[in-house]
Structures are given as C-alpha cells and as structure tokens.
Design a protein around this ligand. Structure first.
Ligand code: ATP
Ligand code: MG
Ligand code: MG
Length: 357
C-alpha cells in the first residue's frame, strides 16, 4: 500500500488522487493555505510531493516538508525563485532568455542597452499565469517600480515563433522518459490551449529531451517535471521550469496510456516506469473564468475536468481534453465551442483550427 501526501489541494492534487485510484495509491492532498494545528497521520514509509512550488510556513506544511520522504525537497525553493532557477539554467548551460537581477543600481537605460527597447521584469517569486510581470518600454520611458529592486529579474523580450513545452519524468534510478512536445498558446500570460503530439515538432524533440535531462539529472530530480520553451527558428530557449505535473501535460489524461499524473506517482512510489504510449493526438482547452456548461458534455470527442472552484475572471476552473481521432469531428467540436464560448476564446479556438487546416 502506497500513500502519497500532496502539499496543496488544488486541481493538480485532485487529478493526482484521481490517477492514484485505479493503482490503489492513496493520494492525500493537504490544504496548506488555511492555518491549522492538526497533526497529520503521516507514517515513516509515506511519500510527500507538492502541487505547487511555494507554500506558507505552518505546522502542517513543516510536518510535510521536513518528512524524510519529501521527494525533491530542496528543488522547490530553488525553482520557486526565478533568480536561482535562471542561475541553475546558466550553470547547466541550458539555453534560456538572457536575463539579470534587478539590483539596487541598474537603470532602465542600461537594460535597454543590454536587451533592446522592451524588457520584461518578472517578480522572483509568487508569479503565475503571467501575474507578477512588468514591461519596461523605452518609448514609454517606463520606470522600475521601487519595490521590485532585488525582488525581480529582467529578461530580454523574446520574439518567439511559438511556445512549446516538454513534460518528462526521472525515476529513482536516474532514467529519463518524455512525452512528445506540446504546442501551447498563451493569451495575456495564461495558457489557453495545447496540442500534442505534432509531427511538425518532432525534429525538436531530441534537443528538448537533452535540455530537460540535463536539468533533471543536475537536480537529481525524481518524478514529473515540465519545461516551458520558446521556439525561435529551429531552436529552443527555456522560459521556465515547473517541478510538478503541469497544465500543458493535461492532454496526456486522454491521449496516453500513462497520464502525467500516474507517471509522477509511479516514479515517486518507485513502481515500474516505462515510455508512455500515445494513443491519439489531443487538444486541451483551458476553461478560464467561465461557468460550467453541460452542453460541453454533448461534444462526442470531449472529456471535461471541472475543478469545482469558485469562478472568477482569469481563474482556471477546468479544462476540456478533445481527442483528434478524426480531424473533421475535431473541427466540428471547435466550431461548436466557438458558438458557446465568450469573445476571449475566439482567437485560441481559431488557432486550433488553423493547426488542422
Ligand atoms: P505560468 O502560469 O506558466 O507559471 P508565469 O506567470 O510563471 O506563468 P511565464 O511563463 O514566465 O510566467 O510567462 C508567461 C507568458 O508570458 C509566457 O508563456 C510567454 O507567453 C510570455 N513571456 C514570458 N517571458 C517572455 C519573454 N522573455 N519574452 C516574451 N514573452 C515572454
Ligand atoms: Mg510560472
Ligand atoms: Mg509559464
């Protein structure tokens, strides 16, 4: 009997539980945002993972994070801070967008000189879905916010062709395995849709695997990790890393014989891990800030994951995995969604259609 505790009880924890169920892995997501004096019944043989990079310190989070089987313990803090994450990429010589710390003295002019007339400031910690970012634009004579000094990095604006990600796993005995690259569309910093696999990305797979192997081996990582990249011509630059299951890997729930959630659990519990087989191509559409619509269930090639969170603008509240057994059926589904979904979905849904034309 395997028991896996999860720091955090959001949708990733819920989907880990869901994946553990048929393997009789007892997955227990823990709310670490609400302070509590409860002592969790964690046994010495249990395993601890996290669905997020950062958490507030409390007696509960300490109980989990100080356990002897908190897998990848030191990795979370290192990747949760963009300064140490980007430093790691530089140390490992993995290509990434050029960057520097926003220190006490650097001026916008120095940054424009170094990186060009648009520079992206990113808070070192706490950012997600494009939050915690600030563009400096030479034409607008932007200023560096005072409270961002030493708390942010400055990155060169990358004029990328598109965004892709690689989700991989490293086992306890150090083997690395990967899903095929996923094509991602972000709108206003938030992931809207993903498509995988795509034969037109196959020639980038080896380079991507090399990069993520270097990172996972360098960290002696165990479990699933995601690497977000910019494709610039025929090469990849790492945007950022996530030491966990990742939104751009949700398509594997429908498309692969082992989903990213099951793969992570297998690696953590030292169960057999082998190359996930792709059963069919998938499209994943994130449901963001919209109410649940049961008409989605009438789409013949769709699987709905509804997170049961309070709906707020810009908040991820679910996703749809659409199988692409049949391109015409996919196009029909996307055209139907275009009629049901609000304005901000028209461009992402057209982006999907364009890939299949
Ligand atoms: P996530 O929700 O993926 O954790 P995040 O808030 O941590 O997002 P990033 O992934 O760093 O932020 O950036 C969000 C998006 O902003 C990227 O997917 C990309 O579209 C855009 N972006 C980030 N960095 C750059 C850059 N250097 N140049 C151009 N665009 C960028
Ligand atoms: Mg991020
Ligand atoms: Mg990102």
């Amino acid at each position: 009997q395997h028991t896996v505790w999860v720091l955090g009880n959001g949708q990733l924890g819920a989907m880990l539980s869901h994946a553990g169920q048929p393997l009789a892995i007892d997955v227990r997501p823990v709310d670490i945002m609400t302070p509590s004096d409860d002592v969790l019944p964690i046994e010495a043989s249990h395993v601890i993972t996290a669905e997020r990079e950062q958490w507030p310190e409390s007696s509960t989070s300490l109980q989990l994070s100080t356990h002897q089987h908190f897998i990848n313990g030191p990795v979370f803090g290192r990747l949760a801070d963009r300064f140490t994450q980007k430093s790691l990429l530089d140390e490992l010589a993995v290509a990434t967008a050029p960057w520097q710390l926003v220190d006490d003295t650097v001026t916008p002019e120095q940054l424009y000189h170094q990186y060009g007339d648009r520079v992206l400031l990113k808070r070192r910690t706490g950012g997600y879905d494009g939050k915690g970012q600030h563009w400096l634009k030479q034409v607008e004579s932007s200023l560096i916010p005072a409270d961002w000094r030493n708390e942010a990095i400055a990155e060169q604006a990358i004029n990328f062709d598109e965004e892709v990600s690689l989700v991989g796993v490293r086992t306890q005995d150090g083997r690395c395995l990967f899903y095929p690259l996923t094509l991602n569309l972000h709108q206003d910093g938030i992931l809207m849709a993903s498509i995988a696999p795509l034969t037109r990305l196959d020639h980038l797979q080896a380079e991507a695997e090399q990069m993520l192997s270097t990172i996972m081996n360098g960290l002696e990582y165990v479990g699933v990790m995601a690497m977000e990249c910019f494709r610039v011509g025929e090469h990849l630059l790492v945007n950022e890393l996530a030491p966990r299951v990742h939104n751009s890997g949700h398509w594997t729930q429908a498309g692969c014989h082992i989903s990213q959630f099951e793969l992570h659990l297998r690696a953590l519990c030292n169960l057999p891990v082998h190359q996930p087989q792709v059963n069919f191509q998938c499209v994943m559409v994130n449901l963001i800030g919209i109410d649940k619509d049961d008409r989605w269930l009438s789409l013949p090639n769709a699987e709905l994951f509804w997170y049961n969170k309070e709906v707020r603008p810009g908040r991820k509240v679910g996703h749809l995995n659409l199988s692409v057994h049949n391109t015409d059926a996919l196009k029909q589904t996307i055209n139907q969604l275009k009629q049901w979904m609000p304005a901000q979905y028209q461009a992402p849904l057209d982006w999907i259609l364009a890939e299949f034309c």
